[in-house]
Write a protein of this length. Structure first.
Lengths: 172, 172, 172, 172, 172, 172
């Protein structure tokens, strides 16, 4: 099994400027463009953790709360929260700011993507466990199991009855 | 309230060819690029239903089951399943085929995005109800409520205890 | 010789949203961008008919009647009308609509592209004949010969005197 | 009426390198991408002649004789051949060369696009006549009338019986 | 005069994956593509420092020492080193790594860009001074004057005889 | 040693139209986009001179004097000024014009890039000497040595004391 790695070793920061072709007719960033950036940033974090080629396995529910505008600077931070055999969950935080107008930092939203590490033939391959250090890393590590159960239930690969963590959460 | 519309009136088909810049180092389509295409196709379906500018409100859990390759033809079909005040749920089906090698049609996966119709100032505006005709349209219309509850719970805007439809589904 | 195919088997629908980079300083879609989309859509139709790699052989005279605007939804439909040995004629119909302003469907124009099916070394290879069903398909099949003669005359590969179908048409 | 201009004043040269995303699975330049470049180059030539915003009015039959490959350098030359009220015919010559392999210059093909000069509201506006100098410019100027008749006949805006120049050419 | 800011407040990190269209026929990142990324990253750093729209004023000599390959992850870090009235010098560090092959971090090179802060009409506007903290920040702040003299000499806006700092450096 | 070539044999002209995605929020061309175009144009000139694959070795100080606007036509001319073993210096001239508004030709600026010719394995390979004809070509050939010394000093590969040409220039 590969050597464990700290969460911080996979931390990846991307900065993008919202250009005209990224926007709709209201001059707001289109959701699909943001998802595209989030996927690239998260894939790089998963590559850093696994030192492998990675493929996107799933995207958790993403909710777009605030409009991001033409010219805004978008900062995306991704880090691996937990590994399960050949798959890794990546936590993504997106913030946006209208810098040239002295705008406040706008915390827009969080999301989780999962990736599978593969070898040169595209076959899944085991990845290193994650070492958590901070309280936030610990919390994300713990809750990763519940999110994984929800993914498996939604993909029809786990019976709701067996999703213990998920049910505890919903019934709390 | 705007005049009701049939599901078929919002049906939108997009066809894309997977080009080199859409692929990773295994020559497979990157997940983020596919999400970008799905968002555009679904947004057009929501525009057709509402005759309004629309903004992406959320993306449900998407699971990427099969690898799509360089040169494959990707077909994306989107249609509105149900409207809730100013928001619409859009069902998306993606298939891929290696046509020039006489390849089989590969049914890759399904997903749900939601959009909000807005006026020129970006304020939410009511949309027409959906008229269902086929059994499949009826099934998607019914289950839309459960998916909506899951979205609201995940966004922290509905207490799990109040997500009746969702709990029935998970406890079945 | 490959097995005949119905016209409908090659039908391909593409939907595109006109983005800022697709437009000129009047915010109208540039002709070259539309030609690019038409070529991709028609190439996919020719791939579906031939199950082969295809290369663009020629573009017939295209006339741009109506301006298409920023934010409009462009729908392109392509289908193979007739096969001649290794080449196929593809009929393309383009329509545009300003959906979010409740705009009328605007039928913009029709065009014909031809493609040659090739093997992995790029050598022309025979394609299946086309089976026509509707009256419109029959008409397109018949007139394909005249358009082919015009192409050959314009390319200097057929003497005007031998372009019988074309001359009948021009002298009518 | 605007002041006449020499053909050479509108001469425009574009040079492009064929990149991966411009090619099909045989690593050959896709026809639609070349049409896109030709349209931009020809539009700039028409802008230089008219000092106006221009919109593509039509594309004459284009025949793609030779394959252009990944990494090739494509040179496109465009110049206005003749003006008709608010419209201009532009002659386009495309050549390609595999420079880094010491390749021969490959004369690929010629084409004609027409453009209409418009004012800020998009209304057609008269353009300057063309002054021809060389024998080649004279020949292109003369034959422009025949090509114009063919365009009008194909667009259903001129009866074949009235296309005198065109008929003389076809019956020669 | 605007309030002074620490160097760290302008720190901007960009991460990019080298895609096929970014590479030449040896599958190496093209220099111009890297310059494009460096300019965007540095412009964002200058925006963060000045809270203004910024325009690129000059690029210092950049030397490309090591080839960066297709699939490599490129990390670009930019921070403002010193302000001169309305202009800012930005230091840029680029590193590249072939992560999925477990590659070493490759320190590729450093560069300096300068930007001018402008108001909505594009007129230069004064920016805040820079507060340095670390020894490296102090060294960059000091040497900024010498680099500025070289820029002015090369642009013909300063006589070599008056470039005191620069001459001391060259004659040392 | 390869056969000498005239400067004119490497002359390369590129014409680009400034599109929305190339501009900042003031609708001015971003510096990085222009650097990207300059690199491609200069690389093609170096390819024409050497008949080899070339890689960017360095970019000399570039100063951006005048703003170029959305819709402007940018013309870039590049030619090899002198060869040093496997490297070539390329002179680049950029001009911009707002053609559709009848705008004056705006001479924006000049720059120098250097390239190294490489074989299929990426190893440097000797290139042909340059034959100069005009007075301007002669002047560029002579001053190339001074610019080369500045590059080497800035890259830390030549001691300032040994940069004779450069010191003469600065001390004049």
């Amino acid at each position: 099994m590969p050597k464990s790695k700290h969460v911080q070793e996979s931390l990846t920061t991307m900065t993008e400027m919202v250009l005209p072709n990224d926007t709709n007719t209201l001059n707001n960033l289109m959701g699909g463009r943001l998802l595209h950036w989030m996927d690239i940033c998260a894939a790089i974090a998963a590559q850093k953790h696994s030192s492998r080629i990675v493929v996107t396995a799933s995207v958790d529910n993403v909710s777009f709360a605030e409009a991001i505008h033409l010219g805004d600077i978008v900062t995306i931070e991704a880090k691996v929260t937990r590994a399960f055999n050949s798959s890794m969950e990546v936590s993504i935080k997106v913030s946006a700011q209208n810098i040239s107008a002295g705008g406040e930092l706008l915390k827009t939203h969080a999301a989780f993507f999962t990736f599978v590490a593969v070898d040169q033939s595209g076959r899944p391959i085991e990845v290193a466990p994650v070492i958590v250090e901070t309280a936030e890393e610990q919390e994300l590590y713990q809750s990763a199991l519940r999110r994984r159960q929800l993914r498996l239930v939604l993909a029809g690969r786990l019976k709701p009855a067996d999703a213990t963590e998920l049910k505890n959460f919903l019934n709390q």
